[in-house]
Design a protein around this ligand. Sequence first.
Ligand SMILES: [Mg+2]
Length: 240
Amino acid sequence: MLRVRKVTYLYQKFTSKINFLTMNKPKTIKNIIFDFGGVILDIDPQLTMNELKKIGFDDVAYFTSKDFVENVLNKFERGILTPEAFRQKIRELTGKDTSDRAIDEAWNALLLDIPRERIAVIEQVRKHYKIFLLSNSNEIHYELYVRDLQLRFGYREFDQLFDKAYFSFDLHLSKPNPEIFEFVLNQHKLLAGETLFIDDTLVHIDAARKLGLKTYHLQEPERIRDIFVNGKLKKDLISG
Ligand SMILES: [Mg+2]
């Protein structure tokens, strides 16, 4: 009886040690969720500010104000405002009857291009991980960069380059709302601990981390080519 108890004790001690070791072992990254603007696509918001000034916005600081961000930008990015309604807002705010085309051109000025080498990096990464795109964006911008993807790279849509691409205006959800991350995880049955989220905006990174995702805050002048080697994440880049 004593012997049985001793064996049981040793066994429990052994398994708890194993549990302890596996619990602390960093999980392998199997999935990667990429932000778009500033991570895949190069952008320069100042260029849009400059162009908006030309179509009648004297105070371009207004574009970073709480009023504009909450009442116009966030609603446009969540697909609550249509492109037509957004353009109308711009006309109301400037008090000028600017054409759709001139508004779109000013709005799109911030979009630079997707460098060819970045597409090559993503194609390599896809050989090793399930990859997703998760972008806060709006329909006017989308029309332009999807055309760029088609004409320059021969992909019909972002769903061909990634396992799946998600845009806030389509989901009616935007980062850093936790629901948008939960949606993507649930949709593909991904485990948060096996999923890396790469974004250049710190509040998005913090929101994802709170849900248990692994995160990487990409900061200028770093580019995604700097964090992968032949499509695999550099060792020791992601802790825990
Ligand atoms: Mg970004």
